[in-house]
Design a binder for this molecule. Structure first.
Ligand SMILES: Cc1cc2nc3c(=O)[nH]c(=O)nc-3n(C[C@H](O)[C@H](O)[C@H](O)COP(=O)(O)O)c2cc1C
Length: 194
């Protein structure tokens, strides 16, 4: 029998926040297969990349780096200044990388550093570039102390037709020692039938 990816235990509540349609359902746990999992991330200094690589190993999914055409300044202060303006303007930079065929994925982990309490602009571009209807988006964030902040909320606004799994937030500084916490969270949000 053909295995089918299915959403399990759809929560009865829907999100009524501004910009979120009733379709923006909250999923408690999804069941899927490795071929249907995409782990997309943007990372400036490597922390979110580390988390993404762990999630890829745990799920057997496909790793995808979201890269802007114009890289952000290597200098921290210059990067922070540029990011401040861009996050405020909800700027969407042009991307240098493209997912081959998003249609073949059902579960998309989307990783970002917390930048000014929201997602990094390349992640905004990524989420705006594809049709996420019927997909489950699972946000993950690394941060410098601010946690998830507005990252998940703002992702939901961009993808009103996706269902959202429970987001994961991990300290950037501690992420390399957070393998157990990452594993626990992945187990909570997805069952991957190999
Ligand atoms: C431009 C910029 C803005 C940031 N803004 C925040 C913030 O608002 N809140 C926070 O907790 N951390 C903030 N940080 C820290 C990063 O979220 C944290 O170091 C993260 O783990 C970096 O991930 P990366 O190594 O994948 O780029 C910021 C870092 C940068 C470079």
């Amino acid at each position: 029998m053909k295995k089918r990816t299915m959403a399990m235990m759809m929560a009865a509540s829907f999100f009524g926040a501004a910009g979120c349609s009733a379709e923006n359902a909250k999923i408690q746990k999804v069941e899927t297969e490795p071929e249907k999992v995409l782990v997309a991330y943007y990372s400036w200094s490597g922390n979110t990349r580390f988390a993404a690589e762990q999630i890829q190993k745990l799920t057997g999914g496909t790793l995808f780096e979201i890269k802007p055409v114009q890289a952000y300044p290597a200098d921290y202060s210059a990067c922070v200044d540029q990011a401040k303006q861009e996050c405020r303007d909800e700027f969407k930079p042009e991307l240098a990388t493209k997912v081959d065929n998003l249609a073949k994925y059902d579960v998309i982990f989307v990783g970002t550093p917390n930048w000014w309490s929201t997602m990094a602009p390349p992640v905004r571009s990524f989420l705006s570039s594809y049709d996420f209807s019927g997909k489950t988006v699972i946000p993950f964030v690394t941060h410098g102390g601010g946690g998830m902040a507005g990252c998940e909320r703002d992702m939901r606004k961009i993808c009103p037709k996706a269902a959202f799994g429970k987001g994961g937030a991990f300290s950037g500084r501690g992420v390399r020692n957070a393998e157990e916490a990452l594993r626990k969270w992945v187990d909570e949000v997805v069952t991957v039938r190999k």
